[in-house]
Design a protein around this ligand. Sequence first.
Ligand code: ZN
Ligand code: ZN
Length: 294
Amino acid sequence: MANYIDLHTHSTASDGIYSPTELLQRAKDIGLRVLALTDHDSSDGIDEASQAAASLDIDFIPGIEINTDVNGGEVHMLGYFIEYQLPAFQAVLKVLRDARERRGQRMVELLNEQGVSIAWEKVREIAQGAVGRPHVAKALLEAGYVQTIGEAFDKYIGTGRPAYVPRYKLSPVDAVHLIASANGLPVMAHPVELPGLEELRNWLPELCEAGLVGLETYYGPYTSEQEQALLALANEYKLIPTGGTDFHGPGIHPTPLGGRYVPYDAVERLKAAAEERRGKTPPAFELPPPVEEK
Ligand SMILES: [Zn+2]
Ligand SMILES: [Zn+2]
């Protein structure tokens, strides 16, 4: 089945390889008609992407992906049709990104203390946009301390490893509220990994109550069994089943850009929900206090 839609992609505004313009050009090359840009904690790529999309006649959806922490891992929340220029929303994103930057610096300090000599400037240079653990891993790889990105996580910066640093914590419900504060549509990203499908059922009432509107169902490598299970959950909780590849660049995630079939119905339902909110005064968002990083 030919696919015309990808609602989950990253650019150099976070940890993607391609600039927003390059990403849209690739989307055009493979015949995509609808693309959402969903960079981590950043809307900085949206203006460029939306200009490129207009010139290439691609239907563009401004989006974001907010990282949140739960016991034992992370939950990611996508936000579609965000009114990203809202100053209060930008102020919160800046706090989140600054916290990431401090976290990156702290990881480099810990590595240095353990005799692993990589420079913060190098990590910054690799990251370009928002700094994340993959950039620290790449610096370790380039400096020859590890043979693979996976080894960098296993040996140094994965949870519980010697240079791991916990981050500024936002809960999934916080992320739903944050996205709603920009009149966006909160959609839970790749829900299978965490907390697991069974536990997800316990979470959904609270998330729906907070304003969740969708569940990422047609996700990159998910099997048809997983897709069916998520579709059933989405229907049960009246959530919009969305989908995409989580494309970051060739070889980073298993699914190529546009490589997962997403029904057009997902786009239509998102558009209808966005239309209902447009122009309304969004609820204010209060950032929870930062968790001190020791
Ligand atoms: Zn994600
Ligand atoms: Zn993603």
